[in-house]
Write a protein that binds this ligand. Structure first.
Ligand SMILES: *[C@@H]1O[C@H](CO)[C@@H](O)[C@H](O)[C@H]1NC(C)=O
Length: 331
């Protein structure tokens, strides 16, 4: 009898503890981790598709629950990784403890926290197939330290830049206006690989600027290129690899970039030549920021508001034009 009552008491104590813990979770401890992180997007079921499948970058998604110890342990590393890593991949998280996300996390087959999953786009999308179905969905099983995550994501950047050989370098520089009307960036790199940074620039400007690379060129290549530059470069020591140029068909000139070879510096410079589809200077970045700050509920909401504003602007314009006519009719 005696021992049974002890067991019952113990059980009750445990139950009470559990309930208290639960209550705590549903209060403070359920707060999402990353609402204030600049480079991690807190997803919900309603914006998952637009965010993940709307990009040409791989997205690394952390499925988590705020009360889980391993999630709390991963948090600073994930956060740190996103600071540099957001140049090479999208970083997102979804709070599976949130009531309205639960079913979605379940559908995604999440059974433990944290679970990291990569959603990787194909090199080219097939028109006749649903976009989301063309992504490779894989658990992230690499190193979970911040540098491990950054390196893994650097390896996932799709390559859209084209190689320039000695044979076609002359052609590119002489007929860039005829080849197409888009500006062309040519990067002479001192490496024998295209860097993830350069690849990511090509993704950011994918529909508006074409990207080319010349790997590890010997002097010959630069001598060839020099012929097409303005006279100031003719005997110039300035022209050393790595060097980046823009062949601009609109202003009919070749511009040599002389800023720092860092992504945001180059990207900012390139906004003079084309509009980015993605990355820090794009409309997409504005939308994501707007959702984070609560100005829009979702991508859809943004599109709705934008088209409404455009319609209103158009209506205002027509009214302006219509008004004098009305006055005239009255007279
Ligand atoms: C993704 O790439 C396609 C071209 O393959 C382009 O039309 C689309 O705008 C890109 N999306 C983003 C967000 O950059």
């Amino acid at each position: 009898m005696y021992s049974v009552s002890i067991i019952v008491t113990l059980l009750l104590a445990t139950l009470t503890e559990l309930t208290e813990a639960r209550q705590q979770h549903s209060k403070g401890q359920s707060t999402p981790f990353y609402t204030n992180s600049k480079h991690i997007f807190e997803l919900s079921a309603s914006n998952f598709n637009d965010y993940v499948y709307g990009s040409n970058y791989t997205t690394l998604v952390e499925f988590y629950a705020p009360w889980c110890g391993y999630c709390q342990k991963l948090r600073p590393d994930f956060e740190a990784a996103s600071k540099e890593g957001h140049h090479y991949a999208q970083f997102a998280a979804i709070n599976c403890d949130e009531q309205h996300n639960k079913a979605f996390c379940h559908e995604q087959g999440i059974t433990g926290f944290p679970t990291l999953i990569t959603y990787r786009p194909p090199k080219t999308f097939l028109e006749n197939k649903q976009r989301s179905q063309q992504f490779a969905v894989q658990p992230y099983e690499n190193d979970r330290s911040s540098s491990g995550i950054i390196n893994a994501m650097k390896g996932q950047v799709k390559g859209f830049t084209k190689k320039v050989t000695k044979k076609n370098l002359d052609k590119l520089f002489t007929s860039y206006k005829e080849i197409s009307s888009s500006p062309k960036v040519v990067f002479f790199t001192d490496s024998n690989q295209v860097s993830p940074m350069y690849k990511s620039l090509a993704i950011d400007y994918i529909t508006n600027i074409e990207f080319f690379h010349v790997l590890n060129p010997n002097g010959e290549y630069l001598e060839m290129a020099k012929k097409y530059l303005s006279p100031e470069f003719e005997n110039s020591e300035k022209l050393q690899v790595p060097i980046l140029m823009v062949l601009d068909p609109v202003n009919d000139e070749i511009v040599v970039y002389d800023g720092e070879l860092k992504k945001n510096h180059i990207s900012k410079f390139l906004t003079k030549f084309g509009t980015p589809n993605d990355g820090d200077f794009s409309e997409r970045a504005e939308i994501i920021k707007g959702i984070k700050e609560g100005s829009y509920k979702s991508f859809k909401d943004y599109r709705k508001k934008k088209s409404k504003a455009a319609k209103a602007a158009k209506a205002a314009k027509t009214n302006e034009q219509a008004e004098p006519k009305l006055v005239k009719d009255e007279l």
